[in-house]
Design a protein around this ligand. Structure first.
Ligand code: DGY
Length: 322
C-alpha cells in the first residue's frame, strides 16, 4: 500500500506528479492557511507532510501523529515547526535554503530602493490624482544611496547577497552577527563588523536578516527606535515578530525614523485597518521574498526531494538537525 502524504497547499504540477507516482497524495483545498483542526486530524494518519510557513506544526500536532516520518516545509524559515520536538519524536524536518537567497535579497533591496525614492508612495499620488501637489523644488524628495550606511543584521546567505547589491550602489556596509564573518568575506563585501548598538545608531538603512526566535522576538521595539537616526529606514524581509509593530507604528508616526519597507508582519495577512496601512512612509509587501517563478520551482523541487529522503529514513538534503 502506498504511503500517505498530505500537502497543506498545492504545489507545482510537476512536483505533484512526482509525488503521486510514489505516494497516496492528498492536497488540502479550501481555506488557506489550513484550519488547525483539519491539520491536526490529518496529521494523525499520514507518513509525510508538506507544509508552508503559516501552518503551525507544534508539539500537540506531532504527538497525535502515529506514522509521521518527515515534515518538508516549502520555506527557508522553520519557526512554525517545533523542531526540538520533531527531533525527540524522530520526525525529520526539511527546508529550502540557498535557492531563495537571491530572490529574497532582491526583494530587500527593492524595498530599500523603493522607500528611498518613494516609488510606491508616488504610485499612490499619481493614481489619486495628486500629481500637481508635488511639483515644487522641495516637494516629494527621496534620498541618495551613495555613501549611506546599510546596516545588515544577520550577515548570512541573504544578508551577504544584499551587501553585494548595496556595494554596487556605493553604499557603506556595516553588519552585526553573533560571529564575525571571515576577513576575506569582510574584504570582498567591504563590510565592517559593528556592535548591535552601533548598527542601530549609525545606519541610514537597517535590513533585518535573522530568524525569529526567543532571542530575536520583538528585538526592534521602542528602545531601539529611540536610538536609530531620525533619517533612518528599516527593512524587514525575515519574520514579522522580530519587530514590535505597535512600537514601529508609534516611531513612524512620531517621525522617530523616516520609513519602513516590510515584507513580513506580526500577523499575516495584515488587516486592512492595521495602522501601518494608513502610513505613507511604509511599503507593505505581502510576504513575497521568495516569490519568483524560478525560485518557487526550485523550492518545489527541494521540498519534494527532502520529503522523499525523509520517507526513506534518510536525512533531507536540507535538514533541520536530524
Ligand atoms: C521563507 O521561505 O521562509 C520565506 O519567508 C517565505 O515564506
Amino acid at each position: 500500500m502506498k504511503k500517505k502524504v498530505f500537502l497543506t497547499r498545492a504545489l507545482h504540477d510537476f512536483a505533484l506528479e512526482q509525488l503521486r507516482k510514489r505516494y497516496h497524495v492528498e492536497v488540502h483545498s479550501g481555506k488557506i492557511p489550513i484550519p488547525q483542526t483539519k491539520l491536526h486530524s490529518k496529521i494523525k494518519e499520514i507518513d509525510g507532510l508538506i507544509c508552508f510557513p503559516y501552518d503551525k506544526i507544534g508539539k500537540e500536532e506531532m504527538e497525535s501523529a502515529k506514522n509521521l516520518k518527515v515534515i518538508s516545509t516549502y520555506s527557508v524559515g522553520f519557526d512554525h515547526i517545533d523542531t526540538e520536538h520533531a527531533k525527540k519524536k524522530k520526525i525529520r524536518v526539511g527546508y529550502t535554503p540557498e535557492v531563495l537567497t537571491d530572490a529574497t535579497a532582491n526583494l530587500a533591496f527593492s524595498l530599500l530602493l523603493d522607500i528611498s525614492r518613494r516609488v510606491s508612495e508616488g504610485d499612490r499620488i499619481v493614481r489619486n490624482g495628486k500629481w500637481k501637489e508635488v511639483y515644487g523644488a522641495f516637494d516629494y524628495v527621496g534620498v541618495d544611496l551613495k555613501d549611506k550606511t546599510l546596516g545588515i543584521l544577520g550577515l548570512g546567505r541573504i544578508g551577504e547577497m544584499l551587501a553585494k547589491r548595496a556595494k554596487a550602489f556605493d553604499m557603506k556596509i556595516a553588519y552585526h552577527n553573533r560571529k564575525h564573518v571571515s576577513k576575506t568575506k569582510e574584504k570582498i563585501l567591504n563590510a565592517q563588523y559593528v556592535s548591535f548598538e552601533k548598527l542601530i545608531s549609525q545606519s541610514d538603512f537597517i535590513s533585518i536578516h535573522v530568524p525569529h526566535s526567543t532571542e530575536t522576538d520583538r528585538m526592534f521595539g521602542m528602545k531601539v527606535f529611540k536610538k536609530m537616526k531620525k533619517s533612518a529606514y528599516l527593512i524587514n524581509t525575515s519574520r514579522g515578530k522580530v519587530i514590535n509593530e505597535k512600537d514601529l507604528v508609534e516611531a513612524l508616526k512620531k517621525k522617530m525614523i523616516s520609513g519602513a519597507g516590510l515584507d513580513v508582519f506580526e500577523t499575516e495577512p495584515i488587516k486592512n485597518n492595521h495602522p501601518l496601512v494608513k502610513l505613507p512612509n511604509v511599503i507593505l509587501a505581502p510576504h513575497i521574498g521568495s516569490s519568483t517563478e524560478e525560485t518557487r520551482r526550485k523550492m518545489a523541487e527541494i521540498t519534494v526531494k527532502n520529503l522523499n529522503l525523509g520517507m526513506n529514513d534518510k536525512k533531507p538534503a536540507y535538514s533541520v538537525g536530524y
